[in-house]
Design a protein around this ligand. Sequence first.
Ligand SMILES: *[C@@H]1O[C@H](CO)[C@@H](O)[C@H](O)[C@H]1NC(C)=O
Ligand SMILES: *[C@@H]1O[C@H](CO)[C@@H](O)[C@H](O)[C@H]1NC(C)=O
Ligand SMILES: *[C@@H]1O[C@H](CO)[C@@H](O)[C@H](O)[C@H]1NC(C)=O
Ligand SMILES: *[C@@H]1O[C@H](CO)[C@@H](O)[C@H](O)[C@H]1NC(C)=O
Ligand SMILES: *[C@@H]1O[C@H](CO)[C@@H](O)[C@H](O)[C@H]1NC(C)=O
Length: 354
Amino acid sequence: MDVLRLVIVLGFTKTSLADYKYKSPKLCEHQLTVPTATAYKSLTVDWLLDCVRQCSHDSSCLSATFDGSQTCYMFPANDRNCSVPLQLGGSYFLKESITCLNNGTLNTTTHTCKCYNGYIGDKCQRIMMDCTEGFYSGHYKTDEFSEYLIKPTLAPQPFYVECYMKDIGGATVIMMNSKWSPFLDRTLNWENYTEGFGTPIANHWIGLHNMNYITNSRPQHLFVEVISGLDWEARWRKYENFKVEDESTNYRMTYSGSFPWTQTEVGADPDWSKVIASTPLGDSMIGLNGSAFSTFDRDNDLDVGRNCAREYQGGWWYNACADCNPNSPIDEVFWKYDFINYEIAYIEMLLKAT
Ligand SMILES: *[C@@H]1O[C@H](CO)[C@@H](O)[C@H](O)[C@H]1NC(C)=O
Ligand SMILES: *[C@@H]1O[C@H](CO)[C@@H](O)[C@H](O)[C@H]1NC(C)=O
Ligand SMILES: *[C@@H]1O[C@H](CO)[C@@H](O)[C@H](O)[C@H]1NC(C)=O
Ligand SMILES: *[C@@H]1O[C@H](CO)[C@@H](O)[C@H](O)[C@H]1NC(C)=O
Ligand SMILES: *[C@@H]1O[C@H](CO)[C@@H](O)[C@H](O)[C@H]1NC(C)=O
């Protein structure tokens, strides 16, 4: 769809246009005179922005000049440019037709595009690099959770992820393993963990390649949410500056610090408006910082005598082996602190750009 926008060509007046979503003013180089002969309408206005407003509300108006005193001339064509004479102090505006790209829709009240599917920008011209950027673009501020395209700066191609928008301020879901979501065959090998498996919204793992692209394109904090039979409450932990390195390191994982994440800390992160359980989640990734990724067919763990991935039936950053096991069939999943004797019903991991 098209929206009429004003391009502003200033004569010599420099006016603040900060309140308007118009293109940056282009300055004319010459002292010019106003070509009023072809105007279909002229009216008295107080100042330049009233002329802009009048033209923007009149569908016949495709360009206008403000003569520098109190007259606004409106023209039915926009084929003029800076070589058209304008008098000293006068300003010349062009309406430019813009198009919302990639199935974006025009809001005719605000003259802005609403984008979908992960596209952002004033014309929906670009795919967001992660869900946090999508949230801050304004296009998805009122969405809850859904599937979107992202293209981290380092990724060669866009790919689909689940984003949590409104409540969390834009977080990219990197895995979910839930007993309430359809069971996934968990005889998964190195290739499966690098490429990803499952689909967003349901049980899935977005893949080590994609985690590497997201976490190396800009810093991200990891949020882990676990629900267990202990109290069936969602408990959270935050791992700051979580990073997955590339294949040459077997997707080594690092983070800079580990913190329980509680309701009382919500104020520390104003975007995290959702009220979350006040019981913090224990640190069961302790000892795993700097570990390589292992699957049953690629044993990169540090326990020479064991194959942790085979023993635990899942792929993970095992050391020797681990106090957590998020990726196995759900009855084998554990998160030792604080659920040593309780079943884990749900585990989800999200990334939020810092
Ligand atoms: C600008 O205006 C001049 C004079 O009318 C015209 O010759 C020229 O083609 C115009 N340029 C553009 C880019 O419209
Ligand atoms: C736009 O919508 C059409 C029809 O639903 C679809 O085929 C196309 O893939 C969409 N384009 C984008 C960029 O989402
Ligand atoms: C256009 O934007 C205004 C202001 O944000 C909003 O109230 C209105 O619902 C929007 N209209 C449509 C059709 O989305
Ligand atoms: C796992 O990878 C194998 C190839 O090694 C492929 O055939 C299979 O479909 C993948 N499974 C899933 C769930 O993606
Ligand atoms: C994890 O390892 C990295 C790299 O060796 C180091 O910079 C970081 O401080 C470590 N994080 C913690 C929580 O010890």
